[in-house]
Design a binder for this molecule. Structure first.
Ligand code: SF4
Length: 475
């Protein structure tokens, strides 16, 4: 790692950028526009995000608060848990533990820093970790291994059985940093009683681990408060997915990023509820006016990004979609499988249900929520088994009336590379145009962003994708 990269701590740099960005709209419009000229490195990213209005400010303020809590946790006598986006954080909030989620930390660096996160990705390999692992953890893990962040106190991971490269990142980090490690395991099935019983017992053991690490007992009242907040959030998320079905789709594409960032980091907190309310206000207004969520208000194509998004610098993936009036219908990361979500359809046993009466209800609710987190739910078993990735994509495509499906991943995602070709073949057989992109969502060295744009444009053109042009009202 270059000496200059070591000059500033990674978590501090990301926090200070997000904190300052969150204050840019506190002043007048003129002040904001003057400021843009003074921050050439961050101006494009800032513009892309602040164009989303109030929700973007709320998200940035909540993120800044969360990132600061990672920096100040130890001074405030709190523990930090290094974890993954496959894990739902509410149980950590119940113990007053700060969740430090590697993948959103990598996304933030990739989106904001012009230099990207390649130095941190590569540092993991310098430290002895394999370069064939997932970039979504490595993009920030390198900074933690290099000691350029607040030191986590322990690790919780729940990807064994789902994603070996994810699980290996955390076990490597545990050995390298010499900190305790707890892993939840997932059997390849989801809905049978043995799998459900396993999830519940495993989650109870996790609570025992948290009690030992924090030296405190689980606070039932606090847990109940969090589960009630989760219920409110589930209702609001359901409303959002209902709106996603409309033609034109009234949801700005970037709201998917806001939705899953909020859920991965702030699930169960009041800040996330506020963010959901704010997004819904804009979506309802668009729906009433018959406008798409794109800046022009028009929708030319409807795309389902069936895995993850692309996080190249300055949020250029989202501005690319906006310029072409493509509605982003979500990705695997924005589907959470709460009861009442439109995509549950007739498959109620695949949803998690939140109950807040007894202690067992509360614990089971969180165990079920975690067992339905995006990757945990859909890619734990064979891609074409009931309730897995293919089934979920076919149902979402039909429900959301998608014109095409596109796959972005990471080079290390052996889990999906092993099945993505038959998966795309099966989608095509069902009449759905499917595009596999051979890029890395976190590392432009694998395939440049320009090449990715060309591939999408070529696909849309050659396959004659798209419903007829849908004009904006009044145009
Ligand atoms: S993107 Fe692929 S490799 Fe990375 S965590 Fe998800 S399943 Fe694992």
């Amino acid at each position: 790692m270059k000496r200059e990269t070591r000059e500033y701590n990674y978590d501090w740099s990301i926090w200070s950028i997000v904190e300052l960005a969150s204050m840019t709209c506190d002043g007048s419009r003129k002040e904001y526009e003057t400021l843009l000229k003074l921050v050439p490195n961050f101006g494009d990213a800032l513009k892309a995000i602040t164009n989303m209005g109030e929700p973007s400010i709320l998200l940035m303020k909540s993120l800044a608060k969360h990132l600061k809590s990672c920096l100040t946790a130890h001074d405030e006598g709190k523990k930090i848990a290094l974890t993954t986006f496959c894990f739902a954080p509410p149980i950590l909030y119940a113990f007053d533990v700060v969740p430090l989620v590697l993948e959103p930390m990598a996304v933030l660096g990739t989106l904001i820093l012009k230099r990207g996160t390649s130095e941190y990705l590569d540092y993991c390999c310098e430290a002895g970790f394999t370069e064939t692992s997932c970039s979504s953890q490595r993009g920030s893990l390198g900074a933690y291994l290099a000691g350029l962040c607040s030191r986590p106190d322990f690790i919780i991971c729940d990807s064994p059985g789902i994603c070996d490269t994810n699980a290996n990142s955390f076990s490597f980090a545990s050995a390298y940093l010499d900190i305790p490690f707890y892993q939840l395991n997932y059997p390849p099935t989801l809905t049978d009683s043995r799998a459900a019983g396993y999830h519940r017992q495993d989650f109870r053991d996790l609570i025992g681990f948290l009690e030992r690490q924090t030296g405190r007992k689980l606070d039932i009242d606090r847990l109940r408060e969090i589960v009630r907040e989760l219920k409110r959030q589930a209702e609001l998320m359901s409303e959002l997915t209902e709106y996603q079905r409309l033609i034109p789709c009234p949801i700005p594409g970037m709201f998917n990023l806001f939705l899953y960032s909020g859920n991965f980091l702030l699930s169960g907190t009041k800040d996330f509820t506020k963010l959901l309310h704010s997004m819904l206000r804009i979506v309802r207004a668009n729906a009433e006016a018959g406008r798409a969520g794109t800046p022009s208000g028009r929708e030319s194509y409807r795309g389902l990004f069936s895995y993850i998004d692309h996080y190249t610098t300055d949020l250029r993936f989202w501005t690319f979609l906006e310029k072409r009036d493509i509605s982003h219908l979500g990705c695997i990361l924005s589907t959470f499988w709460h009861e009442g979500a439109a995509y549950i359809g007739g498959r109620g046993d695949e949803a998690y249900v939140l109950r807040d009466e007894s202690l067992d209800d509360l614990i089971d609710s969180l165990a079920m929520q975690t067992s339905r987190m995006p990757m945990v739910k859909s890619i734990r078993g064979p891609y074409d088994a009931p309730g897995m990735w293919l089934d979920d994509t076919l149902m979402m495509t039909k429900l959301l009336k998608a014109d095409f499906v596109a796959y972005f991943g990471t080079i290390g995602c052996r889990n999906t590379w092993g099945m993505v070709k038959p998966y795309a073949r099966d989608l095509e057989r069902a009449g759905i145009p499917a595009l596999i992109l051979y890029s890395d969502s976190f590392d432009d060295r694998v395939q440049s962003w320009d090449a990715v744009m060309d591939k999408i444009d070529e696909f849309i053109h050659l396959r004659r994708i798209g419903a007829p042009y849908r004009p904006a009202p009044g145009s």
